[in-house]
Design a binder for this molecule. Structure first.
Ligand SMILES: Cc1ncc(COP(=O)(O)O)c(C=O)c1O
Length: 473
């Protein structure tokens, strides 16, 4: 098993490909999710510490009979929860090949061609965003890690010694920003939550007021985080205006584009991102709106040497000797990780294999599905939107006629119960959020398989499941 023969590898591969083909072929017939318990799953897994090996077919049987049915089917066209990409067959093969080569992308000499491929792919991402030619960065595990690396660099660039640092982000900002501030010793309490307008976009008047108050109180403002697609509603902050405020107060401008920034590829959304290319850093997640499987996030720095000043660390056991500048390149100088898997392969295969044109069309189609859902909700008399649609996130609730005269709290409670019932039913999957203190059903279209018809099915599923709930609230 540790070192299989060529025939064994071929047989295992054929079985795996068969499984993959069946799974992806029947995807629409699967329930997205169902009722399941930890005890039930543990009961199915052989918990005895294995002293002897097991046949590959038996391992695959566990995957087929336990892992697949007891998973949420993230590739399903009606998986609308959170910010979940479906993955692609192309990237699954890329991951297989990356693990086969097992390249470790620490420095150029450890993986010459893979490192060049990552540098090339990062440069393509830079071009997609319209950043300056000198900008650069690297792939990391996800958006949280990209935000962490960028905030660390911002602090290094702006002020590394002050104990009274302050940074600014709208109240809609993803929690990974506050977490980064906590981990970096800046402190959660020094992330100021700036108010948002009725479109859930940062209010720059409140941003300026908070900065002025902090300066007067002796704090040192160093960074503002702008959202290119908030996790709650998909709002894109006014990026050019934030750049102007950042310039006025000499702040680092970081953009969290983990969810939304790749929508710049869609013609109908492009205008929202004007000013994005002026940011000092940006966090992105190819494992979100480039449809790739986890884990691949990305951080791009406008001036990579600032990241180098943050992350470069000399150690005798990693000292690079006898190499020219290009070949002395080390990714560990630009981010927190040392050993790094060959994430670039799946990004490169996707961009090269599919091309920007088709990716833009897929994102455009996701936007169209979301706008269609919004139009269905607005035209109905039993659903209502609770936030405007900006990208592919939709927040709404079900208010059937018998609930119309009930209190807001009763409507919240009904929708909470509806959400759980929908998830257990399994035909469609939504997640939830709270907006203005009110519970909302929340969906995000992030799958190239999703069609307009799926949006109709979602509303039908909700109506059908709602009828099974007790009418008294
Ligand atoms: C806006 C935003 N930022 C950051 C993150 C964190 O990304 P990751 O889960 O890849 O760490 C998310 C995740 O949904 C997000 O939506």
């Amino acid at each position: 098993m540790l070192d299989p023969s060529a025939d064994e590898i071929r047989n295992w591969g054929n079985s795996v490909i068969q499984l993959m083909t069946n799974y992806l072929g029947d995807l629409r017939d699967h329930r997205v999710y169902g009722r399941m318990s930890s005890r039930e799953i543990r009961g199915r897994l052989d918990s005895v510490l294995p002293t002897h090996g097991t046949d590959f077919e038996d391992l695959l049987k566990v995957f087929r009979e336990t892992i697949i049915p007891f998973s949420r089917q993230n590739a399903h066209p009606r998986m609308f929860g959170y910010v979940q990409s479906p993955g692609t067959a192309l990237a699954a093969f890329a991951d297989l090949l990356a693990s086969t080569l097992n390249a470790n992308l620490t420095v150029w000499r450890s993986a010459p061609a893979p490192v060049e491929l990552e540098r090339l792919t990062i440069d393509w991402v830079r071009q997609i965003l319209g950043f300056n030619a000198e900008a650069g960065g690297l792939f990391v595990s996800g958006g949280s890690m990209a935000n962490l690396a960028a905030i660390a660099t911002a602090r290094q660039a702006k002020n590394r010694s002050s104990a009274r640092l302050r940074m600014y982000a709208s109240s809609e900002t993803h929690f990974s920003i506050a977490k980064a501030a906590a981990l970096l010793g800046i402190g959660r309490e020094n992330v100021r939550h700036v108010a948002v307008d009725k479109h859930f976009k940062i209010r720059t008047d409140d941003l300026v007021a908070k900065i002025n108050t902090d300066v007067e109180a002796g704090y040192v403002p160093f960074c503002v985080v702008a959202n290119a697609g908030t996790v709650n509603t998909g709002a894109v902050d006014p990026l050019a205006e934030i750049r102007e405020v950042a310039n006025r107060f000499q702040l680092w401008m970081h953009v969290d584009g983990s969810y939304g920034a790749f929508a710049v590829l869609a013609r109908s959304a492009r205008g929202l991102f004007a000013g994005l290319e002026q940011a000092d850093s940006i966090a992105l997640d190819p494992h979100k709106w480039l449809y790739l499987p986890v884990d691949v996030g990305c951080v791009i720095y406008r001036a990579p040497e600032t990241a180098q000043a943050t992350f470069a660390h000399d150690a005798e056991y990693t000292r690079i000797i006898g190499e020219e500048a290009d070949e002395a390149f080390a990714f560990w100088d630009y981010g927190p990780e040392l050993s790094r898997r060959f994430r670039a392969l799946k990004v490169w295969m996707l961009l090269k294999g599919v091309g920007l044109h088709s990716l833009g069309e897929a994102i455009e189609s996701n936007l169209a599905c979301t706008r269609y859902l919004e139009s269905l909700v607005r035209a109905s008399n039993d659903f209502e939107m609770v936030a405007p649609v900006e990208l592919s996130i939709f927040c709404f609730r079900h208010v059937p006629s018998h609930l119309r005269s009930e209190s807001p709290q009763a409507i919240d409670e009904f929708n909470e119960r509806l959400l759980i019932a929908l998830q257990r039913d399994g035909s469609s999957y939504l997640s939830n959020t709270t907006l203005g203190g009110r519970f909302a059903l929340r969906g995000c279209v992030l799958n190239y398989r999703t069609t307009l018809r799926d949006m109709e099915i979602l509303l039908d599923d909700l109506r059908r499941v709602a009828k099974t709930l007790p009418t008294s609230v």
